[in-house]
Design a protein around this ligand. Structure first.
Ligand code: SF4
Length: 236
């Protein structure tokens, strides 16, 4: 496929080549500055999905706490699926948004059981990336970002999930246009970044967004990519 149809929508050739070059430079600079490697996750896919649901709109410390509480309380995915909603909600309360998240977890597990006969998602490992994404996104409340995060962390797939940090930083740097949606950005960034570099680029852009390129008052002067950032170069 020609660079995933250049982000499906087709960025013009010269612009595409320039962005591709910039993406490699950004990757190089971020890797040199942060030296972050992808954390090795040993969760199976359904556990990773529950973890991803708990992480939505929640600080890392709180969703890790909620996940720990959930597993401590129930031990297995089947026990979670069979528990009353109120017990799940109580277990994950420290993570916030417990009502929505307990409902989402219960619904997801119900659909998996209904379609597969058990609570495992390990069969996804045998699917192609597009098929795996399609299946994951067919589950209630699972969007492109959650599906990709799960596939990347639990199954080592070479994808580039786009969360709020990746979207904001890639727009400011000039890797995607200002009005690009998160879903479109995922497709465009995956066209720009070679497969082997996608997970690292995701982790480093998230780190950049959290620690340097804040939504308000980004720390341009200490930013490792300021020399190649459209936003910064245009405002100096
Ligand atoms: S230079 Fe500023 S706007 Fe650009 S990525 Fe860095 S912090 Fe964000």
């Amino acid at each position: 496929m020609v660079e995933q149809k250049r982000g499906e929508e087709g960025i013009k050739d010269a612009e595409f080549v320039a962005r591709k070059k910039k993406a490699l430079e950004v990757d190089r600079r971020l890797a040199a500055a942060f030296g972050i490697t992808l954390p090795a996750d040993d969760r199976d896919i359904v556990h990773e999905l529950i973890h991803a649901v708990l992480s939505q709109n929640t600080h890392r410390r709180n969703y890790n706490l909620a996940y720990g509480r959930l597993m401590e309380e129930f031990g297995t995915v089947q026990a979670i699926a069979e528990a009353p909603l109120s017990r799940i909600e109580k277990a994950i309360r420290p993570g916030g948004l417990s009502k929505q998240k307990s409902t989402a977890i219960k619904e997801i597990l119900g659909v998996i059981r209904e379609t597969r006969g058990d609570y495992s998602l390990e069969f996804v490992r045998d699917m192609s990336v597009p098929d795996a994404r399609r299946f994951m996104e067919s589950l209630p409340g699972v969007g492109p970002k959650t599906a990709s995060v799960v596939l990347m962390f639990a199954d080592g797939r070479k994808v580039l999930p786009v969360d709020t940090h990746v979207l904001r930083t890639s727009k400011r740097i000039g890797l995607v246009d200002e009005n690009t949606s998160a879903e479109q950005a995922q497709s465009e960034l995956e066209a720009l970044v070679p497969p082997a570099k996608r997970p690292g680029m995701h982790v480093n852009l998230v780190h950049l967004g959290r620690e340097v390129c804040h939504a308000r008052n980004p720390a341009h002067e200490v930013c490792p990519v300021n020399a190649v950032c459209d936003y910064y170069q245009g405002t100096r």
